[in-house]
Design a protein around this ligand. Structure first.
Ligand code: AMP
Ligand code: MG
Length: 469
């Protein structure tokens, strides 16, 4: 790479990793981040994996443009991988060039960091570098690299890779590696594999509930993009919804809506079933016994998902303790939002204005073109919500606090990401800088930056996302 330059360092994350920022921004740091001192990192590797992509088995995938530089115990005691993406061809590149364009790199930085600051488990972004090269995609675009950080890069597809090759000992080693690394309390347990699987199921159920609570659509929930550490991974065609639509799909390649918003909680257990198949023999030598065990765990996915979503959605309504009433209030509101093309983020945050200003107009203005029945239903909903708020909150101030801390002002909307990418392609990183600053405090509006909190206009709205690499 002729001219590697540092575009962005995530100082907070560098601090968590306990890596000196002075080093990272020095020439030596640049060599480290761009993988140029790989002779000092003899254990750097690219990982093999397989995967079910849109339901179809692909036996051979892998890090086609990524190198795992190593891992490190961070200040919080958690071990994390540092991986370089876009660093060149690897053993697994197949026909690809191993490179990344500036667009997808900026996209991953902004959306993954936004997710992190919204409290959603995710891989993170440590640095963006430009390479000085051009890469050929739909258009010729500047080359870039992303330094990515994850609790692990092991995926459901990593287990599938060995299962497809009938390499049972390697599956055992991989499971033991993950248990030792992330679940050391299970190491000595007799049923450790079963408990390990249960943790992944619970983790994935909670993760998808969190996605739903912020209107996030992953877009490419293939098993190679399903993390064993239940973090959001792969920011290809993902997007936050603007106006609410239960079956919303952004990804240009998701023709049949397999990964639509409302399908995410169905796809995750499907993916986890693929994982279960690879570890049955670890759970019991008797296959039908093992199937019974994993089925029971998988059946509980819905329970875990619904429990998490009920808690999160109740808080979004400003009500501390969830109940049957809060879940029906939430789903009724979503139905009306869909009918009135209401903005997901703005509708929830406008509930606060009702309490602060005793004014329902900001809330009602989110809904456009409701027919008479729906208008009546919305008014009734407001009455029910107000009554329920009064009965179930200690004070108005507490309810306002809960609404403020549960409903973001800022999400990384697609039109903002797209605009910042257009500018970055022309070597102007000003929007990228602003967005990477705003995402850190998503629950507050930063003065003089009001435009970044608005929903897109009809002209600005982005309907399709692409798996750009
Ligand atoms: P993704 O759609 O990002 O999940 O990628 C699917 C597979 O294609 C992964 O195994 C990637 O490593 C690989 N891949 C994506 N882009 C490239 C590229 N430019 N060069 C080589 N491999 C790639
Ligand atoms: Mg992927």
């Amino acid at each position: 790479m002729p001219d590697v330059k540092l575009i962005k360092i995530n100082e907070q994350l560098a601090d968590l990793l306990d890596i000196d920022i002075g080093f990272l921004t020095s020439q030596a740091g640049l060599r480290f981040l761009s993988g140029k001192n790989s002779e000092n990192l003899p254990n750097s590797i690219s990982l093999a994996y397989a995967g079910h992509q849109f339901g179809h088995l692909v036996p051979q995938l892998g890090d086609g443009r990524a190198v795992l530089l190593g891992d490190k115990i961070c200040k919080d005691g958690v071990r994390r991988d540092i991986q370089l993406k876009g660093s060149g061809k690897t053993y697994f590149s197949r026909g690809g060039d191993g490179r990344a364009g500036i667009g997808p790199v900026i996209r991953e930085y902004l959306i993954s960091e936004s997710m992190h600051h919204l409290g959603v488990p995710t891989t993170r972004s440590l640095a963006v570098l430009s390479t000085g090269e051009k890469v050929v995609r739909a258009e010729v675009t500047p080359g870039a690299m992303l330094a990515r950080v994850a609790t692990s890069h092991v995926r459901v597809g990593t287990f599938e890779f060995f299962a497809l090759r009938n390499q049972r000992e390697n599956i055992r080693k991989l499971a033991d590696f993950m248990i030792e690394r992330s679940h050391p309390d299970l190491c000595e347990k007799k049923k450790k594999y079963e408990l390990f699987f249960e943790r992944i199921v619970i983790g994935q159920a909670r993760l998808v509930a969190q996605w739903n609570s912020v209107g996030f659509i992953h877009g490419v929930m293939n098993t190679d993009n399903t993390s064993i550490s239940y973090e959001t991974i792969d920011y290809g065609p993902c997007a936050f919804m603007d106006s609410y639509e239960a079956n919303k799909v952004f990804s240009s390649i998701d023709q049949f809506g397999r990964y639509a918003f409302s399908n995410q909680a169905r796809v995750a257990p499907w993916n986890l079933s693929r994982l279960a198949e690879t570890i049955l023999f670890l759970i019991s030598e008797n296959t039908s016994e093992a199937i019974k065990v994993v089925e029971e765990i998988l059946f509980d996915f819905d329970k875990h998902f619904n429990n998490s979503l009920d808690i999160l959605s109740s808080r979004k309504l400003g009500i501390k303790n969830n109940s049957k009433n809060t879940s029906s209030l939430y789903s009724e509101l979503l139905n009306l939002m869909e009918a009135g093309k209401a903005d997901f983020t703005h509708t929830f945050k406008s509930l606060k204005a009702i309490l602060i200003k005793e004014d329902t107009s900001i809330f009602l203005n989110n809904f456009i073109g409701l027919d008479e029945d729906n208008q009546r239903a919305l008014n009734k909903w407001l009455g029910d919500w107000k009554k329920f708020m009064k009965e179930n909150n200690e004070s108005k101030a507490k309810a306002i606090d809960l609404l403020s801390s549960s409903n973001p002002e800022f999400i990384m909307r697609n039109h903002l990401v797209e605009k910042s990418i257009v500018k970055a392609t022309e070597d102007d990183f000003s929007d990228f800088e602003i967005l990477s600053d705003l995402l850190i405090n998503p629950y507050e509006i930063k003065e003089n930056h009001e435009a970044f909190y608005k929903a897109p206009t009809n002209k600005e709205v982005v309907h399709k996302t692409f798996c750009g690499t």
